[in-house]
Design a protein around this ligand. Sequence first.
Ligand code: UD1
Ligand code: CA
Length: 432
Amino acid sequence: MSVSVVILAAGKGTRMKSKTPKVLHTISGKPMLFHALDAATKISDDVTVVLHHQFDRVKEAIESEYKRVNIHRQDAENFPGTGGALRGIDFRHDRVLILNGDMPLVTTSSLLRLTDAGGDVAMSVIDLEDPSGYGRVVIEGGEVKEIVEEKDCTPEQRLIHTVNAGVYCVRRELLERYIPQLSNDNAQQEYYLTDIVKMAVDEGRHVKPVFVEEEEFKGVNSRVDLAHAEEIMQRRIRRYWMMEGVTMRLPETIYIDCRAEFIGECEIESGVQIHGRSRIENAHIKAHSVIEEAVIRDGSVGPMARIRPGSNLSHTQIGNFVEVKKSILKGVKAGHLSYLGDSEIDEGTNIGAGTITCNYDGKAKYKTIIGKNVFVGSDTQLVAPVTIQDETIIAAGSTVTRDVPTGALAISRTPLKIVEGFYRKFFNKGRQ
Ligand code: UD1
Ligand code: CA
């Protein structure tokens, strides 16, 4: 833990065309800045994030999840640019790793390659077929001599395909001396962090290029990049869980939040989405079901079911077109077309097709409690608050507006009337 980390995240992210700050756009359920913070906090106990654009909003988001991250406000009016971003930060350790907030795919092992590279400055470089938009890196004799921003390039420099990926590991002592000396005498009139390379070289220091994976270090600048980064992350997440014993049918069609968790042997069919901090344990999630921040243990869900936040299902079978919200189900079967919201349902209970918990009266939400071994007939409405005790039968088509005691039958029926010969009379067909 002998390195300080600073994450640059003050920029506006204009190309996202969004009211949401770029670094708060999510990838696999988490703001992209948090992915960078996760990597950073794994290797350092001194992590600082530089903010400016929508300062309060981003600061609040960070502080809601990370208690020990320092926030630094850049004076971007007077000192714009990546060099300006680093003014006035105190670092605790002798070396400083600088990375960007829009690199959600970077892994700790790649960051460690930079911190382990040695020398006075190590910097990440990539060879790109299309280097446009990036600073070009001039390498001679295996060492970096200079970084030239595209807008400042000579026509020959523009042809260089080795580019600056934007992550550096610098000796703190050098950084503290160089940052105040930076000038904004360049095409963008910004303070370029990249100029510290030339300063180091002019002093006879060694700047090591570390060639890194393009996939990990390419920044997210547009929503196209965002989608692409998410695809890569999804591939990683799925691969990880398959290696942990989860079977996936047509994995490319499955979406899994980076905070979701699987335990034991699970099977996930095609088109399934698993959001939030869901926990799936020894369960089978069938095609096109959506699980949102729910716990599912020893059972099956779907196809085409939706299990919403606050649900905890154990030893339960949920079938097609069933929606469950904020409900605790233990040993329940709900095979078809139902809505179970704000409910608690106990072992051995069967929920017939078309059962609806009427949990909302337009003002407040109410609970439905159903005991053990209850048979709920099809097309039943349970008007909450209501309690159905153990070993009861609710007849099909009933509207239950009162509590049902143990052992009882609840039945509500409008009498059925049969009118003989009505059809022909009504449509006036033939003789009567
Ligand atoms: C920078 C590098 C360029 C490199 C590229 C890699 C400089 C001068 N150039 O380009 O050589 O190829 O990154 O992506 O450093 N930021 C701030 N404050 C600012 C400006 C930017 O915190 O005043 C942050 C941004 O939020 C972003 C990061 O710094 O996370 C990089 O900024 P960006 O504008 O994307 O990079 P460039 O300046 O284009
Ligand atoms: Ca810029």
